[in-house]
Design a protein around this ligand. Structure first.
Ligand SMILES: [Zn+2]
Length: 261
C-alpha cells in the first residue's frame, strides 16, 4: 500500500554508503522508520530534505509489520529558517524531537500531538517567542497525550483550589498537581517558586498562537523545566534514556554554556 502523509523528521542515521535511515513522526501512522535509498548519492533529492526538524510530506510503501518502510518521495511542506539559525532555538527544537522519540514507541497515530509538534516548531520560528516557553508548552502537551495531565490549580489530594502563598507552592511531581495547605503532609513534593507556578498556569492555558504573550524568567523556566522533566520521567519509561536534557535545560533557561563535558 502506498501511503502519503505529513511527517516531522526526528532522527537520521547513515545505513550504508548511500542510504539513510530516517525515524519520523507521521500524522497518519505515528512514529516509524523509513529507509531512504540513495540519499547520499550526488543529486539526491533527499539529502537537503531529510534533516531533523524537517516538516515534510512523505510517500512510502507501507507494509504492515515491517520495521523499516521504504521511502518513495519526500518534499518539504514548510521551512523554519529562524529556528535553524539560532543555537538556542535549535537546542529547544532538538529537545522536543528527543522527547517525542523517547516517549513514543508504537506506530499508533497521535494526530493531536502531531499538530502540537508542528505548532511548537512553528513557535520556535517566531521572532518574539521564548524558546523555553515553547519547550515547556510542548512538554505539558506531550505528557497529556500520554495520559499524564499536569495541573496547576487544584490540590492533587482533595481537588480544592490551592491558595497562593508568599514564597512557594508545594507541588507533587508524582501527582502532577499542587498540594493545598491541609495536604502538604500527604505526599512528597517540591516547593515551586510562585513565579514558576504562575508560568505553569500560563503554559497550560495558552494556545500556541499565544506563546509570544508569555515572558518567563530564567529562574522560573529552569525550575519548571526540571519539574516537568521529573514528572515525565516519573511516568514514562522511555524518558530515562533521554540524552539532551541537562545541557538543554541550561540553554533553554537562557544560560550560556561555556564548558561542555
Ligand atoms: Zn488538598
Amino acid at each position: 500500500m502506498i501511503l502519503n502523509t505529513e511527517a516531522v523528521v526526528l532522527h537520521t542515521r547513515r545505513f550504508s554508503e548511500t542510504s539513510l535511515i530516517v525515524t519520523c513522526f507521521t500524522r497518519d501512522r505515528g512514529k516509524l522508520t523509513v529507509l531512504a535509498r540513495g540519499a547520499f548519492r550526488p543529486k539526491s533529492k533527499y539529502a537537503s530534505v531529510l534533516q531533523p526538524m524537517g516538516y515534510l510530506r512523505l510517500i512510502f510503501y507501507w507494509k504492515e509489520g515491517r520495521d523499516l518502510q521504504t521511502l518513495s518521495a519526500a518534499e518539504t511542506i514548510q521551512r523554519f529558517p529562524r529556528l535553524a539559525s539560532s543555537l538556542e532555538r535549535m537546542t529547544a527544537g532538538l529537545t522536543i524531537l528527543e522527547l517525542v522519540n523517547a516517549c513514543l514507541h508504537d506506530d499508533g497515530a497521535h494526530p493531536q500531538l502531531f499538530n502540537n509538534l508542528v505548532a511548537a516548531l512553528h513557535g520556535l520560528d517566531q521572532p518574539d517567542v521564548q524558546e523555553s516557553t515553547v519547550t515547556l508548552w510542548f512538554m505539558a502537551r506531550l505528557a497529556n497525550e500520554l495520559g499524564y495531565t499536569l495541573r496547576s490549580d487544584e490540590c492533587g489530594v482533595c481537588d480544592e483550589p490551592v491558595s497562593v502563598r508568599e514564597q512557594n507552592i508545594p507541588y507533587s511531581i508524582a501527582m502532577g498537581a499542587p498540594l493545598c495547605a491541609e495536604h502538604t503532609g500527604a505526599a512528597s513534593y517540591r516547593p515551586l517558586l510562585t513565579q514558576s507556578w504562575a508560568l505553569l498556569r500560563e503554559v497550560l492555558a495558552v494556545q500556541p498562537e499565544g506563546l509570544n504573550s508569555i515572558t518567563a524568567s530564567t529562574a522560573a523556566a529552569t525550575e519548571l523545566y526540571d519539574a516537568i522533566s521529573a514528572f515525565i520521567k516519573f511516568h514514562v519509561e522511555g524518558m530515562k534514556r533521554l540524552r539532551v536534557s541537562p545541557v538543554a535545560g541550561k540553554i533553554l533557561a537562557g544560560n550560556t554554556i561555556t564548558n561542555t563535558e
